[in-house]
Design a protein around this ligand. Structure first.
Ligand SMILES: [Zn+2]
Length: 165
């Protein structure tokens, strides 16, 4: 799934082999990066929840012109092989733990057991705010993709997997 291509910004940067970055990507105001230990954490949640969908919150921290993403898993109790639910009590608890920190909640992640790593109809219909980010991991296709909700539709976002910061 991963190849060890060195990128010009971070030494020892990892990227998904299916994604080819053009130099223009670097001119974007925002570059999302995902440390490899966070990827491991996300995958651990996916394995633990299987055969149900895994779920959790996505957090972000600004670092220079990069947005560093991280994850916090939430209970898969109440999730099914085709749906997930994150309780507001869990969100409140995580929000409270982030008080006075420069890390904030920016969206969520969940897994698709059989489907591709793209938003389902249920995902599109779910409650979200413009600007929310969603990571979707497909167990079947072993693919992780990032989407941003612009208020009307999900749009695919680029991200890079990097060595731990
Ligand atoms: Zn979904």
């Amino acid at each position: 799934m991963l190849v060890d291509t060195v990128c010009d910004i971070f030494p020892n940067c990892w990227r998904f082999c299916c994604r080819i970055f053009s130099p223009f990507t670097l001119d974007k105001a925002r570059v999302y990066i995902f440390p490899i230990n966070q990827l491991e954490q996300l995958l651990a949640c996916v394995h633990e929840a299987f055969p149900l969908e895994a779920s959790g919150l996505l957090l972000q921290r600004e670092h220079k012109r990069f947005t560093v993403l991280s994850v916090v898993g939430t209970s898969s109790e109440g999730n099914t092989p085709l749906s997930f639910r994150i309780r507001s009590a869990a969100i409140d608890k995580i929000a409270e733990s982030l008080r006075d920190s420069d890390t904030k909640i920016c969206g969520c992640f969940h897994s698709h057991v059989l489907g591709a790593a793209r938003p389902s109809k249920r995902d599109t219909a779910a409650t979200k705010e413009a600007g929310d980010l969603w990571f979707i991991y497909s167990v079947r296709f072993q693919a992780l993709k990032l989407y941003g909700w612009n208020g009307r539709a999900f749009q695919k976002e680029h991200f890079r997997i990097v060595q731990n910061q």
